[in-house]
Design a binder for this molecule. Sequence first.
Ligand SMILES: CSC[C@H](NC(=O)[C@H](Cc1ccccc1)NC(=O)N1CCOCC1)C(=O)N[C@@H](CC1CCCCC1)[C@@H](O)C(=O)OC(C)C
Length: 330
Amino acid sequence: TSGSVATSPIDSSDDAYSIPVSIGTPAQVLNLDLDTGSSDLWVFSSLTTASEVNGQNIYTPSKSSTSKLVSGATWKVKYGDESTSSGVVYTDKVTVGGITASSQAVEVAKTVSASFTSNSDIDGLIGMGFDSLNSAKPSAVPTFFDNIIGNLDSPVFTADLKHNKAGSYDFGVIDSSKYTGSLTYVAVDTDPGYWKFTSSGYGIGSAAFKSTSVVGIADTGTTLLYLDTAIVKAYYATVSGASNSATYGGWVFKCSATLPNFVFGVGSAKITIPGSYINYSPVTTGSSTCFGGLQDSTDIGINIFGDVALKAAFVVFDGSDTPRLGWASK
Ligand SMILES: CSC[C@H](NC(=O)[C@H](Cc1ccccc1)NC(=O)N1CCOCC1)C(=O)N[C@@H](CC1CCCCC1)[C@@H](O)C(=O)OC(C)C
């Protein structure tokens, strides 16, 4: 089997990308953030503390004839941005892009942190990292990808994210109409459970490409591109008036600045991120100071190829026995 689901940016800054997910019988449709940087499928629900729900769609297990409580199971997840959620576990029928997992663990939130409450565009997450990252206790539960992989024509899903418009996630098929040239594959290190790979270097604008190993993760759930200090400094050295602002917690520049393209290498291939993608957004609405889409990864402790990088490419997440990432321009 194979399938495809449209994914849309939740706002004009491409902060995150959501997909419609059907849960239960009859179907309850929630908009979930497909996140390759984590491995829990969790949802706002009828069990979520009422004061912590603010406009999100919720899953009500008692209204689903196929829901089952997993007795004794709990979960608690904390993300890179310090946001958290926790609760209990049900199994139910889950369908994404026409593909159904008949008994998918659905982690039902009893409590969520303020940043989730304030984000009415996201009704939960569908983690597509490796099972080792799953937070369920006393034992981990498989991801949606893990549950369907055996039924897929090919053990893959692909990401085609776009700037300010709908893209798609495909399952079980590599649609060659969605990219140009050829795919270049790179090995994935599944420890501790991210889609972790080694980029072969970078180039800033028209400057010579620098061949150097840059270890990072392909993370659909992270908005920006986070890289080593030296690369980030070299990039903003070409942007007149750019500075690393303590006030705004990162590199900022005049919104009118011309930003050079940023190239990153995958094997012998090169992915070019248009400079315009590195103008993330004004620091506050209407400000003439803009926040960069490329930021320093030091405080995170890992380099992250987030949506700013991913939306410049077509990416194959290959979950075969030797997991790998395929990259192509588009
Ligand atoms: C640098 S690590 C921070 C990363 N979060 C982010 O990148 C959030 C995503 C978001 C978008 C819209 C609304 C709310 C949150 N954006 C963010 O922190 N931004 C601040 C800087 O400007 C860009 C927006 C993160 O924690 N990613 C999570 C998934 C994420 C999904 C949205 C809800 C919150 C959790 C996950 O991918 C993760 O933890 O990755 C690890 C490996 C860092």
